[in-house]
Design a protein around this ligand. Structure first.
Ligand code: ADQ
Length: 539
């Protein structure tokens, strides 16, 4: 575990919600299908759409990618989605050349260059070709990207803009490089027909295109609206942003400059990572002050939800990180992983249920609810393991919990994917009482590994967990509602046949990335055709 201390039945199919466009008229949300039918992958193949829509060149721009550096779910998505799309399109990734890129041992060939702009320095562009053929463009600038620490700052976790002091320069540079590549001004012998941008770190890309009069279509995907990339208005000039863009219909957000808002305003289309979250963000409760703008996008048919998936490496039958591989019904194999986890976290042997939390330990994830519930869970014969890092106050509370319940609660503060995989494999239940959850990957990994999620009915959790079938959902973010779901999980655990049936159902869930190809392809096609006919979206 590195150098960090270890202490211590609703049967409605969820796939029919894939790829829906949210439109909102007279305050009523309406869902309009992008994809008809429940089996989107096969409907895509049946209609032979890929033959009618020729392979397109797409630049996928991201601030993190699991191949090199991952803080959270965006890193997973950035590694897996382009690979899934690559079967149909020429998808290439643009990411800053962080220290980890150079440490990865890949050969980097210099293939392009972008000039300085205001205080954004000139950069070279390197090319890395992975063993599976995926092409990365890496934005090379030692002073901006080669640092000891994470992609956003020195502290653990989070996509916040409150990390490195020069995050505005770092991510404006990334955004403008993307815009230059899209406009054919970066010296590459390749040019995308569409930009696929992800979260605030590349939010200025469509804005720069707009300000320069370049008509390249773009998709802006919101992975988490709560992290917006907010900076002081005085930063417009150093970033080379035209002053007249600082208004309510531009990049201004309550007197600040917002990278997230720029992405939403200027991209041709906005997506987010589940159908339910796409609706939620049009409401004041989840809209983080941008709900009015997002409702507008929805009314224009320019907001949709396309769910994330998980890749084939998340398979308990083949995962080499587990102490023992297992499949549905091989509960002895699963038990071997549970024994490993108990041993690793200093828990005593037990026949009671093992609850786990694998998460960035931040307010969003509802860890405070779990901490409050822990004494009752332990008293009822359960054990808990936590792996994650985040807000120091939360980490300290978890430490105290482990000290209070030795042998029943174990905490690992830090990030370790191998251990996380073992925990998904070894635990009986995954606790995910997130206040909001755009999609969530952990609950899909957990289900695949036979750990039943106990989660708040929100965002992607509502779309990917079937209450009483593959996990447990509760409706309100309060202790009473959460504990009711925990009690249901205890009851299920002690009704062995039901419990095993739920495990089997969870393990056979279909959450593959293939389900996302059709909706993304339809969207790319629509936007590229629109741009071709010079029908430019409002911006
Ligand atoms: N300590 C630890 N050690 C090892 N692995 C750890 C870990 N802590 C977390 N992880 C891993 O980090 C990832 C977390 O991804 P999630 O999608 O669940 O949440 P996140 O909030 O980061 O992502 C945001 O972006 C994604 C992508 O769109 C959305 O699904 C999500 O709702 C949104 O909040 C999982 O792969 C999990 O296993």
């Amino acid at each position: 575990m590195g150098n960090v201390a270890l202490r211590g039945i609703n049967t409605e199919t969820k796939n029919d919600r894939v790829g829906r466009e949210v439109s909102s008229a007279s305050g009523t949300s309406i869902l309009k299908d992008y994809v008809s039918g429940s089996d989107n992958d096969s409907s895509f193949r049946r209609s032979n759409e890929s033959q009618h829509f020729p392979s397109q060149s797409i630049l996928f721009v991201t601030s993190e990618v699991a191949d090199f550096v991952k803080v959270g779910g965006l890193g997973d998505v950035s590694s897996a989605l382009p690979r899934a799309l690559a079967a149909h399109h020429d998808v290439r990734i643009l990411v800053p050349a962080y220290r980890e890129v150079w440490q990865s041992g890949h050969h980097v060939r210099i293939v392009g260059h972008v000039p300085a702009h205001a205080e954004l320095p000139a950069c070279d562009i390197g090319e890395i070709i992975c063993s599976d053929g995926l092409v990365f463009y890496v934005l090379i600038c030692a002073e901006l990207y080669e640092r000891e620490g994470g992609p956003y700052g020195t502290g653990p976790g989070g996509y916040g803009s409150n990390g490195w002091d020069d995050n505005d320069i770092r991510f404006a540079r990334l955004s403008l490089a993307a815009a230059e590549i899209a406009s054919g001004n970066a010296g590459l012998d390749w040019k995308p027909r569409l930009l696929h941008l992800n979260d605030w770190g590349c939010g200025l890309a469509p804005a720069f295109l707009h300000w320069r009069g370049q008509h390249v279509p773009s998709v802006f995907t919101i992975h988490n609206l709560a992290y917006q990339g907010l900076f002081d208005a005085s930063r417009l000039e150093p970033l080379g942003i035209p002053p007249d863009a600082f208004h309510i219909e531009g990049v201004e957000y309550y007197g600040k400059l917002s990278f997230m808002k720029a992405g939403i305003v200027y991209a041709s289309h906005v997506t987010t990572v589940s159908a339910t979250y796409a609706q939620e963000i049009t409401t004041p409760e989840f809209g983080c002050g941008l709900d009015g703008l997002l409702r507008c996008k929805a009314e224009q048919g320019r907001l949709s939800g396309i769910p994330n998936g998980i890749d084939d490496s998340w398979d308990p039958r083949t995962d080499a990180h587990l102490v023992q591989a297992f499949s549905a019904n091989d509960w002895r194999g699963k038990r071997a992983n549970a024994e490993y986890v108990r041993h690793r976290f200093g828990l005593v042997p037990s026949s009671g249920p093992l609850f786990a939390m694998v998460s960035r330990m931040v307010h969003q994830k509802g860890v405070d609810l779990v901490i409050e519930a822990a004494p009752s869970i332990v008293q009822a014969g359960g054990q808990l393991v936590f792996i994650g890092s985040g807000e120091p106050r939360v980490e300290a509370e978890l430490d105290r919990l482990a000290e209070r319940f030795p042998g029943a609660v174990g905490v690992f503060t830090g990030y370790d994917e191998e251990e996380a995989r073992c925990i998904y494999a070894g635990s009986d239940f995954l606790l995910m009482p997130s206040r909001f959850e755009p999609c969530g990957l952990s609950q899909m990994y957990a289900q695949r590994f036979g750990s039943l999620p106990i989660a708040h009915r929100t965002g992607g959790l509502a779309d990917t967990i079937e209450h009483g079938v593959t996990g447990f959902l509760f409706d309100e973010v309060n202790q009473g509602s959460f504990m009711q779901a925990v009690q249901q999980s205890f009851s299920a655990y002690h009704a062995t046949e039901l419990f095993y049936a739920m495990r089997r159902a969870a393990m056979t869930g279909r959450y593959h990335w293939r389900q996302s190809i059709a909706p993304y392809t339809r969207l790319y096609r629509k936007l590229i055709e629109e741009a071709h006919h010079e029908v430019q979206p409002a911006g």
